[in-house]
Structure formats: C-alpha cells, structure tokens
Ligand binder design. Structure first.
Ligand SMILES: *Cc1c(COP(=O)(O)O)cnc(C)c1O
Length: 450
C-alpha cells in the first residue's frame, strides 16, 4: 500500500470531515496535503493544485509565506498563549491599534475571539446587552437576510438563511425576522439593473416599521452573500441599511468575516458604500490564513454603555480559552505590515482587471447564466436553461462533478450550488489567472459540454 493509500485509510477510519457526506469517499479519494507554497498545494503523491478557494477563503498572501513563518516562529519563542483576562500582550495591543487605524474613527474598541462564528456570536450578545443596559430589554431580536451565512454555531445559524445548511436546526434557534435579500440575477422585485432603485431593501423597512421595538440589530454580509452562492449586490443596498438603522434606532452589524482584508478590492467591504457600521465582525483573512483569530469591533457609545462599577453587573461576560492567541495575533500584525509595506491592495488592481477579462471566456457558453465579480472574486452561475434561468437539480450534483474535473487538471474548485467561483490568494499572477480560468473552462466543458 502506498503512503497515500495508507494515510487515506487511517483518515477515514477516525475522522469526520466538515460539510461532507462521508459516504462520498466510497467513490472519491480524499486528498492528503503535504505542503504548500504561494497559490499551490501539493498532495502526498506529488500532485500540485492551484488553491483557487484560498483554503476556504482564509488565505490571502499564499501558503508558507516567509515573513509570516518568521513572525510565527519568533512569537513561539516568547509566549505561545496566555489568559487574556487580567493579562495582555504586545501582539494583541499592536494589532488592535492597527485595526483602529484602518477603520473609520468611530470604531475604537476591539474584542478578540477565535473564529468567524464567535465574532458573530459576540456581536449579537453585545448588541442585545447594549439595549438591555440602556433599558430596552425587549429589543432582543435580529433581522437577517434570506440566503445569508454567518457561521455554524447556534447563534450564527439563527441569523443564517441557507435552507440546505440551516433549516434542520430550526428548533434549536433563536427567533429572528428574515428579510428579502438582494439577488440581482434573479431579482426578487422583478427589476433589472436599469430600473433598480434597491427596492429589495423595502423588506427591511417593512419589518422595522412594525417590529422596531423588539429589534436589537440587523446583520448582513457586505456586498456579497458568499456561502449562499456568491451573490454580489450593489453598495447602495448597504447605504439603505445604514439609513434604516438610523431611522428606526437599531444597530448595524456588518459581518466582514469573508470580505475583509482586501478581498473586495478595498480593505473592508463597507468602504465601497461609505458607511460606518456600529459593529463589524472580522476573521478569515486576519492572519492571512495561518491561525484562527477573530475580532468584533465597535464604537465608544456601545463600549461606554457597559462601562460602570462592577456591582452594576454590566460586565460583558464572554470569552474564549484562546482569546487573542499571541501566535495568531503576531501573525496578524505581520500580515498587516505586509499588506501595507508591499502595497498588496494596489498590486491587486491589475489582477482584478485581468480576472474581469478572463471571465469573458465563459460568456457564450449555453449553460452560463450570470457572470459577476467583486474585486478578487470571480463568479460564474451555471444554469440548465439560459433563457428561463432554470437551475440544475440538486441530484445532478454539478458542483461535485466540476470539482472532480478540476482536480484532474490541477485546480481546486468548490462550487456552491451551481455557482463556480475563483477566490485565489492575492499572490496569484496575471498569467496564473489566465491558467486557472483555462482549467475551469476545460473542466466545465468536460462536465457540461461545449
Ligand atoms: C465563514 C464565515 C463565517 C464563519 O466563520 P468561521 O471562522 O468559519 O466560524 C461568518 N460569516 C461569514 C460571512 C463567513 O463567510
């Protein structure tokens, strides 16, 4: 038995993988990864793959980055972890300063946790407790959008709206108000680009009109409902949400977990809309894909509401064992230095243009319904019928077939539903964008024809 076969066998004997029907491994092989460099990862048989999904959207600067490796090793020599109540450390302090510098002046306070879901949980508890302390305990519900994704812990699932992932857990969840979500390709209001006046935001307005007294906040994914199929929407929607939050006195929670750290072409996605949220959640790209770390940022108004004598019981009783892990924080600080010193966002601009050009390769295929792009994300939505926009059926498993076709050609695709997307590490070159999209084209043609 080869080394790879042996590792596969041992893996499947004991491990339950995430978001995976384990029975699929009766007919496909799990890939055992040995090493990575830049946009590439290698398996134990020496096959090389382009990591076009940035290892589940976390990797920004490529695998095994020299500067990040050094920062991590140096921090390990000092302190690997320490309790974060009563104690602090320089990496966490420096990172908080940098984040405050990078965000609008209103966002001044950094609460650390360790993954995107916890960043969202923190935001929800913070928002509720803020109103509670202010004397509005009835403001205990949230507005979330249909088709949204905010993580897999129960609070985050409560504000999730992807039926395939979330519906079954309904009996376990907090009650929320679900609003219509923007989806330009299949506009819920029956509009097209020319006639659009962001009517889809009216749904939030209607909910607020009736229920504002019981609503703590609204949570959205900025500019892109990512896990819900990379549904990119215009910044004007976020402007409307900010206006509605002000009008009805509810908090605006912006979940930047997937879109932060340059993914959309700007540092944070909310910058496209020129709005300032009350709370932002960040994670994924914060350590460039190295280690789990997350942040929930907020303003003085919310922070000061909790700030009082201990006996008043306004403490925010929340914290995780690995809050502000020093290894992760030191890598995050180095990541921010690299982004700035090496002018990564500037250097991404021609790559974004190149991606726009390369997406045209798919335009005329009979099964390509929509092509959309947001910064370093390119999306191709596949349809069975271009005219009627009829989707492929769930049973056809188009996405899995494209994944397998991509692997054979040296690229990792992980379509969501019928949407194939490219979300590579920023170190990808223009030539590699060309190569990646060529591989995608060949893979699509193998599965769906010419
Ligand atoms: C991935 C994601 C999360 C959850 O982050 P985890 O680190 O996987 O818990 C939350 N919100 C959005 C928008 C995400 O894409």
């Amino acid at each position: 038995m080869s080394k790879t076969e042996e590792l596969r066998k041992r893996d499947l004997k004991n491990i339950w993988h995430p978001f995976t029907q384990m029975k699929d491994y009766e007919t496909e092989d799990i890939i055992i990864i040995e090493k990575g460099k830049g946009i590439y990862i290698w398996d134990t048989d020496g096959n090389k793959y382009i990591d076009s999904v940035s290892s589940w959207w976390v990797n920004t600067l490529g695998h095994s980055n020299d500067r990040l490796n050094k920062a991590l090793a140096a921090q390990a020599e000092k302190i690997e972890h320490v309790i974060f109540a009563g104690f602090s450390h320089e990496p966490a302090i420096e990172l908080a300063e940098k984040l405050v510098e990078l965000t609008p002046k209103e966002l001044t306070k950094v609460f650390y946790s360790d993954n995107g879901s916890t960043a969202v949980e923190v935001a929800m508890k913070m928002a509720y407790q803020y109103w509670y302390i202010k004397g509005y305990p009835e403001k205990s519900k949230f507005i979330a959008l249909k088709n949204s994704y905010h993580g897999d812990t129960l609070g985050a699932v409560s504000v999730g709206g992807v039926d395939l992932f979330h519906k079954i857990y309904k009996p376990l969840l907090a009650e929320i108000h679900q609003a219509v979500s923007p989806y330009c390709y299949r506009c819920p209001m029956g509009k097209c680009k020319e006639s659009c006046n962001i009517e889809c935001a009216n749904s939030v307005d209607e909910i607020l009109k009736e229920y504002k007294d019981e609503i703590a906040g609204i949570i959205i994914e900025p500019l892109n409902q990512a896990a819900g199929g990379m549904r990119i929407y215009p910044p004007e929607y976020m402007v409307k949400i900010r206006e509605l939050c002000d009008k009805y006195n509810v908090l605006f929670i912006d979940d930047e977990v997937a879109m932060g750290f340059g993914r959309t072409g700007k540092f944070f996605a909310f910058e496209h809309a020129n709005v300032v949220p009350d709370i932002i959640c960040i994670a994924k790209g914060i350590t460039a894909g190295y280690l789990p770390l997350a942040v929930t940022m907020t303003n003085d108004e919310i922070f000061n509401t909790f700030y009082d004598d201990y006996e008043t019981c306004k403490t925010f009783y929340h914290g995780h064992s690995f809050t502000a892990n020093p290894l992760a924080a030191s890598v995050a600080v180095e990541n921010l230095k690299i982004l700035e010193e090496e002018k990564i966002l500037e250097k991404n601009q021609p790559k974004i243009k190149k991606l726009t050009e390369c997406l045209e390769k798919f335009r005329n295929l009979s099964y390509v319904g929509d092509i959309r792009q947001l910064g370093m994300i390119g999306v191709i939505e596949l349809v069975k019928n271009k005219l009627t926009k009829e989707s492929f059926s769930f049973e056809e498993r188009i996405g899995r077939k494209i994944y397998l076709a991509g692997l054979k050609r040296g690229a990792i695709f992980r379509p969501i539903g019928d949407s194939l997307y490219f979300m590579p590490p920023y170190v990808i070159t223009e030539e590699e964008i060309d190569l990646l999209t060529d591989i995608a084209l060949a893979s699509l043609q193998e599965v769906l024809g010419n």
